[in-house]
Structures are given as C-alpha cells and as structure tokens.
Design a protein around this ligand. Structure first.
Ligand SMILES: O=C(O)CCC(=O)C(=O)O
Ligand SMILES: [Mn+2]
Length: 153
C-alpha cells in the first residue's frame, strides 16, 4: 500500500499522466489551503533564517504504507531546508548520504518529532520503511501523518 498525499501552501505536489511536479492548484482546480500558523511557528523556530515555506506536503501512511529511498530535489534552492513534523503512529525513518547506495541509518520517528534536512543533509537519500500501526492513539483510525514543509522556488 502506498502513501496518500495532499498539500497546503502556494504549491502542492501532484502526480498525473504528465508525471510528478509542484502545482499551484489542486487537480480539481482549487487553490491549496494556507499552511496552518501552528506549522509556520515550528518552521520559524527550527529554521529561523530560511524563507517562508511555500509547500506543506501532507503524507498519510495507513497500515502497510511505506516510502522508498529518495531525495527531495525538485525545489529550486537547496540552500533552503526541509522541515517535517510526524504525527500519530511511529515510523521507521531511514537516512543515507547524497550518493545513492551508500550506508544508511534508521530511527523511529514518534508523534511530535520534528526533522530538519539542511546543509549537507539537505540532499540526503531518505525514506520510511514501515510504520508501527496502532502505536499511537492520536488518529482515531490509526496511521501516521507526516507534514513536510519546503521552499519551492
Ligand atoms: O514521512 C516521512 O517522514 C518522510 C516524508 C518524505 O520524505 C517526503 O514527503 O518527501
Ligand atoms: Mn522526502
């Protein structure tokens, strides 16, 4: 099973027959909702020198969902960080280096954990191998939400 996605901010991340890309509108034609203030507060606290995030990508991991190793490299300025907030069930986060196929380390991300990818880690390969479905009571039906904030342009 794969991750379900939506977004807030000026841009969302979509996939269709033309592939994956950032888009200023939801596929149904509406603007994305604003990024909630509570998330912007976390961004400012953890990355005070960064520009304002233009996308908050919202990933939902149900039972069995995972995300393969990848780089976040569709943004224009890699000097700007990526900040993610984990909510709900624990997820096993794996991170390696900038080069594909190198050594990786893993870490359980728990509800409320905030992760910063910046500097040398900004282009590190990363992914989520599995979630501990039912390990948190935050989401009534179980599962994990990860919100990833980025500067897109
Ligand atoms: O779910 C996570 O912790 C990572 C999400 C991620 O890497 C992404 O959305 O690009
Ligand atoms: Mn990523």
């Amino acid at each position: 099973m794969s991750v379900r996605m939506t977004a807030a901010g000026k841009f969302g991340w979509i996939t269709d027959r033309r592939g994956y890309r950032y888009e200023g509108r939801h596929p149904r034609g509406t603007a994305w909702p604003d990024i909630p203030e509570s998330l912007l507060t976390i961004w400012k606290a953890i990355a005070p020198d960064a520009r304002t995030p233009e996308c908050a990508l919202i990933n939902f991991y149900g039972e069995g969902a995972r995300m393969g190793l990848h780089q976040d490299k569709d943004e224009a300025d890699f000097g700007q960080p990526v900040v993610s907030v984990s909510l709900g069930d624990e997820g096993l986060f794996r991170i390696g280096g900038v080069e594909r196929g190198g050594k990786t380390t893993s870490q359980w991300l728990r509800s409320g954990d905030v992760l910063l990818l910046s500097g040398a880690a900004r282009l590190a390969h990363h992914g989520v191998d599995k979630i501990r479905f039912g390990s948190s009571t935050l989401l009534p039906g179980g599962g994990r939400i990860n919100v990833t904030m980025r500067v897109v342009r």
